[in-house]
Design a binder for this molecule. Structure first.
Ligand code: SF4
Length: 339
């Protein structure tokens, strides 16, 4: 084991956060935790991890669940394709792999929604396969320790960092080494104000020596974000309202929403002339997704439209939580006490 691994693993054993998936060797639970924690803070992801392991204690329970229930349990986490992929892969394991979770990196990589990073994490944590994990935390940590300025979002950078991580990972306990690398990035070598004084490799850190910490890691360019302008129509009769299911690809696939009119510009007004008894219009509410900024305006009506459009459902207002809703709608209902 190299000196580098010894330093970070010793530190990890003393300082690791006590997280429920840390002591897991069940690959199914590790898979759940990794998918839930993608793009999600640990404190936010924890409740979802506990819900999923309780509601679907085995991969077969997840395979046999209704997609709507899975999406409901996922509600609030965003990136709903991740939940759909989990469900799809659970069914694949049930039908194609006799219900047995795959045990090697190569087989795990075949699961839908599992990339190299996740396959390396599951195979090394659950099966101690020597596969180096490179996630955002590891990119940052390595770019600083070795003062690397190759952009981490370039193909050259992805190769270079993976190669370096592959040379650092030991034969013995590669899973623990991976966990230590990730934890270093998450807890010590943080994006802002890294805790260099408490860092076990500060004497080796080239960025610290060269004062380049704030310029590491280097990124080529940010993904373009588009603005979208949504107008949701909340129709209310005595106890009913109307919702519709989103179909096709894109955000919030298969989820439910109030009837939607989208406009191209912030100042465009939707054509609402065919709807009666408008009572209220909210100010636009901003909601940020990975590559989109949504500006949503909610228009309230005290009646249902004369003719229900196809694919719209008339439901009881009190039943709305039975349907998976995008976070922005769920929050608006709660904050405005709409029903
Ligand atoms: S010394 Fe500071 S910058 Fe270098 S690896 Fe440690 S925490 Fe990160």
């Amino acid at each position: 084991m190299s000196n580098f691994t010894l330093l970070i693993v010793d530190w990890y054993r003393l300082n690791k956060r006590n997280l429920p998936w840390r002591s897991e060797s069940n690959p199914y639970f590790i898979w759940l935790s990794e998918i839930i924690l993608q793009q999600t803070r640990v404190d936010q992801g924890m409740a979802y991890y506990l819900t999923f392991t309780k509601n679907y204690p085995t991969v077969l329970d997840l395979a046999n669940a209704k997609e709507q229930d899975v999406l409901n349990d996922w509600q609030g986490l965003g990136y709903y394709s991740r939940a759909r992929n989990l469900h799809f892969s659970a069914k694949y394991i049930q039908n194609e792999l006799n219900g047995v979770f795959p045990t090697t990196y190569t087989e795990i990589l075949k699961l839908k929604g599992v990339g190299k990073y996740t396959a390396a994490a599951i195979s090394s944590f659950a099966f101690n396969e020597k596969r180096a994990v490179v996630d955002g935390n590891v990119y940052r940590f390595l770019s600083r320790v070795f003062d690397l300025d190759t952009p981490i979002d370039s193909s050259a950078g992805i190769k270079e960092f993976q190669k370096l991580a592959d040379t650092l990972i030991p034969e013995i306990n590669p899973g623990e080494h991976n966990q230590a690398m990730m934890e270093m990035g998450a807890s010590v070598c943080t994006p802002k104000n890294p805790k260099c004084n408490a860092c076990p490799v500060n004497e080796k850190c080239l960025s610290l020596a060269k004062n380049t910490i704030n310029n590491r890691p280097v990124k080529k360019g940010k993904t373009k974000t588009t603005d979208r302008y949504f107008h949701f129509l909340i129709f209310k009769s005595e106890e009913n309202t109307i919702i519709e299911q989103r179909i096709g690809k894109g955000i919030w696939q298969n989820m439910f929403q109030f009837p939607l009119i989208e406009t191209l510009n912030i100042n465009d007004k939707p054509d609402l002339t065919s709807f009666k008894n408008k009572t209220f219009e909210s100010t636009p509410i901003k909601h940020i997704l990975s590559h989109q900024r949504i500006y949503a305006t909610f228009h309230h009506f005290d009646s249902l439209p004369d003719q229900a459009a196809q694919k719209r459902l008339t439901i009881k207002q009190s039943d709305i939580q039975e349907y998976p809703l995008p976070r922005i709608i769920d929050r608006y209902l709660e904050e405005q006490d709409v029903f």
